[in-house]
Design a protein around this ligand. Structure first.
Ligand SMILES: *[C@@H]1O[C@H](CO)[C@@H](O)[C@H](O)[C@H]1NC(C)=O
Length: 275
């Protein structure tokens, strides 16, 4: 017997219920403990097996293994981002055999350069399974050549964060210049990094654990909406004009009084030329 087609449609009409995301390793809603402004955010990246098509490396319980970002020569530490702080810096590291082959996978888009950072303040003392993470993927552009790799090593990093709660919500990084450099195994690569934070409010109404929803980029990437920007421009112009008028007027009228000038009418009298 054929199932009437109406019955097949019914499941499509049931509204999709949203769940809080991301969740902890125990599949719980995370507490979202605020970061301090400028607090260093620990970053860890998936380990990839270059002998096995760039597949994840796993521990004995089949958990994906993470490792810090390569050490930057400039600081002796892995790349570090600071909560809410825009920055520009360099990070130079050398291409070990393994890292070079990993970058072949990244540039060829066989595997993503996936990292993650804790949603909550890392000093909150939560165990690893109680933590929730947000992903940060580095999308490197380039070309794989027979003898070397061409990589665009200038990267933007963008964060959105919850203004109410001081926690990061999402992050992305991508190559963004019109230049690529040529690299072989053993070379050093200097990443040119520009970091920008957008603090926004969610569009949601749920209270668990904050008003979540879509943390959109602001209308204007200057961080100010266009009407507010135009209004502040107008106020600025009026204040400046008023100030200048006040100063000039009081000087001129005093000078005109003491020097016996007539009220200024044209350019010539304004510069005090008497003929
Ligand atoms: C990064 O290094 C480049 C040279 O590779 C240099 O021109 C630039 O000034 C450096 N930027 C910073 C922020 O140190």
């Amino acid at each position: 017997m054929r199932i009437p087609s109406l019955i097949l449609i019914i499941p499509l009409l049931v509204p999709v219920t949203a769940e809080w995301y991301p969740r902890t390793g125990d599949d719980e809603v995370p507490p979202m403990i605020p970061y301090d402004n400028n607090q260093e955010i620990p970053l860890e990246c998936t380990q990839r097996d270059v002998e096995n098509n760039g597949e994840h490396k796993f521990d004995e319980n089949m958990n994906v293994l993470y490792a810090p970002f390569p050490l930057c020569a400039e600081t002796g530490k892995p790349i570090a981002f600071h909560y809410g702080t825009d920055a520009e810096f360099n990070c130079t590291f050398s291409f070990t055999d393994e890292l070079f082959h990993q970058f072949q996978y990244y540039v060829h888009e066989d595997a993503p350069f996936s990292c993650r950072l804790p949603l909550s303040n890392p000093d909150s003392g939560e165990a690893k399974s109680e933590k929730a993470y947000i992903p940060l993927r580095f999308n490197f552009r380039g070309n794989i050549q027979e003898s070397h790799l061409d990589i665009d090593d200038s990267i933007n990093v963008l964060f959105t964060s919850a203004i109410e709660q001081n926690t990061p919500i999402s992050a992305i990084s991508w190559s963004s210049s019109t230049e690529a450099n040529r690299y072989v195994i053993g070379d050093s690569m200097t990443l040119k990094v520009a970091v920008k934070w957008f603090k926004t409010s969610g569009t949601g109404t749920s209270e668990t654990p904050i008003n979540g929803g879509f943390y959109k980029l602001p209308n204007s990437l200057n961080g100010v909406s266009t009407p507010v920007y135009i209004l502040s421009l107008i106020v600025c112009i009026l204040l400046t004009a008023g100030g200048v008028y006040g100063i000039v007027y009081s000087r001129f009228s005093k000078k005109a009084y003491t020097m016996g000038y007539r009220p200024t009418i044209d350019h010539e009298t304004a510069v005090g030329k008497k003929d």
